[in-house]
Design a binder for this molecule. Structure first.
Ligand code: 5AD
Ligand code: SF4
Length: 440
């Protein structure tokens, strides 16, 4: 047998990229590649990139620069760029960094094996199509090896919402939902290999409308109820959702489906109706708050998470204050806030930009409010007993780490548990980024 070639994949950005990287590694596994954890001994380096903000895209070019020396020492080394920067920049990447051999967009990575073969012939390979065929079908059959207790599973991809700041509808394309059957097959396969928690992924996951076995149109809630019946699967999560797609059945499922975890990431972006309109979000601050109220009626202890953009074009201090007010009202367990970043080709890119220093100041104020809320919620866990799914050994000997139902990182010293166990843990202390607990 020939020695396997080594593949180093570096993943940037969202959880869907993490999932895609796994699938790309499987696709290249068929070409004789095994994964390695360093670039230094790789025969192929693949950067799976993110284009959501300018900094994310620029990182790719600086990382590529760093690989120049490696390639000079090892001319056979192949360098590929995948993901959303690949989609958005295409050929431009090879123009800026001629040592790049392969550029593949997120909808074409099932064609990677042929593309890799082409690079072995000394040719460049570029594919940023939105092909008709189903890439997931082409990539059927994950490797049957055992794996960790948590997994991502893409059920929906793309976005038709066209928020004025966002590149996703351009890089990931139009909304497509995978058929129910294929998702269930993949879920069962993951469970057979040791997975106990699945996070369903989609850029607009709650707009899921895949076809059932009889061709009927499913909702995400219906899909969750089908997954609820999969023996051995203990926890279900989903991300990312749009407030307008929180359908009645999905809200209800949060109260009635015990496998559906009490954590919901529901981005709002701004608390100002004027800005929300300019963002093309098609909801108001009030309608967002009403949705949360209904979710909390169904599941009172749900932990809310969100995304915010500050310094969106034309945002005034008053608009920003409305965002702070909304955050105060919701009380987030987690929230991610970003300074607006101009993305070429999106409608907001053409508009009057907010002064950078002002945007920095707003980001800092928002983040300190969010951090306060996050800490208070973590602190409120002390004394409570929560279920924890153990994922890996902790940093200290004998320590085990995992996630609570609410997605808090929890570690337990001298834990009498195995990876993959779910056990009740009494929380005794809240640190900045994790909780410490004991098993009584
Ligand atoms: N600038 C800053 N943040 C952005 N996001 C999306 N596009 C931009 C942009 N141009 C944020 C949104 C989204 C999250 C994934 O990234 O908050 O929900
Ligand atoms: Fe981007 Fe989300 Fe808006 Fe779609 S709904 S355009 S992915 S921010």
């Amino acid at each position: 047998m020939s020695t396997p070639k080594k593949l180093f994949i570096k993943t940037y950005g969202c959880q869907m990229n993490v999932y895609d990287s796994e699938r790309m590694a499987e696709a290249l596994g068929g070409q004789g590649y095994v994964e390695t954890t360093t670039a230094d001994d790789a025969d192929m380096i693949l950067l799976n990139t993110c284009h959501i903000r300018e900094k994310a895209a620029e990182k790719v070019y600086s990382e590529l620069g760093r690989f120049k020396g490696l390639k000079a020492d090892k001319p056979d080394l192949k360098i590929g760029v995948a993901g959303c920067v690949a989609q958005a920049e295409g050929q431009e990447i090879m123009r800026r960094q001629p040592m790049v051999d392969l550029v593949v967009g997120p909808q074409s990575y099932h064609r990677l094996p042929e593309m890799e073969a082409k690079t072995r012939e000394g040719e460049k390979a570029l594919d940023t199509d939105f092909p008709e065929e189903d890439k997931f079908e082409k990539l059927k059959g994950r490797r049957k090896a055992q794996r960790g207790p948590t997994a991502f599973l893409t059920v929906q991809e793309g976005c038709d919402k066209f928020c004025a700041f966002c590149v996703v509808p351009y890089t990931r394309g139009a909304e497509v939902s995978r058929p129910v059957d294929r998702i269930l097959t993949e879920a069962r396969d993951l469970v057979e290999r040791g997975v106990r928690e699945i996070t369903l992924l989609g850029q607009n996951v709650n707009a899921y409308h895949g076809a059932g076995r009889d061709g009927s149109d499913y909702t995400l809630a219906k899909l969750i109820w089908d997954l609820d019946k999969v023996d051995g699967l203990e926890r279900i999560r989903f991300t990312t959702s749009h407030p307008n797609d929180m359908t009645d059945d999905l809200i209800e499922a949060h109260g009635t489906c015990s496998k559906l975890m009490p954590y919901l990431h529901l981005p709002v972006q701004s608390g100002s109706d004027r800005i929300l309109k300019r963002m093309n979000r098609s909801h108001t601050a009030e309608s967002y708050l009403r949705v949360i109220e209904r979710i909390r009626d169904a599941r009172p202890d749900i932990l809310m998470s969100g995304d915010f953009i500050v310094g969106f074009p034309e945002e005034t201090e008053e608009d920003f204050q409305a965002t702070l007010d909304l955050v105060e009202e919701v009380n987030y367990g987690y929230a991610y806030s970003f300074k607006y970043s101009t993305r070429p080709g999106t409608p907001a890119a053409e508009r009057a930009q907010v002064d950078a220093a002002q945007a920095d100041d707003r980001l800092q104020r928002l983040q300190s409010l969010i951090t306060r809320q996050q800490r208070a919620i973590q602190q409120s866990m002390v004394g409570r007993t929560v279920n924890v799914l153990f994922e890996k050994p902790g940093r200290l000997p004998g320590q085990m780490g995992g996630k609570s139902d609410y997605l808090h990182a929890v570690h337990v010293a001298d834990a009498p548990v195995q990876i993959g166990d779910i056990a009740p843990v009494r929380i005794v202390e809240a640190a900045t980024n994790s909780l410490a607990g004991v098993i009584d």
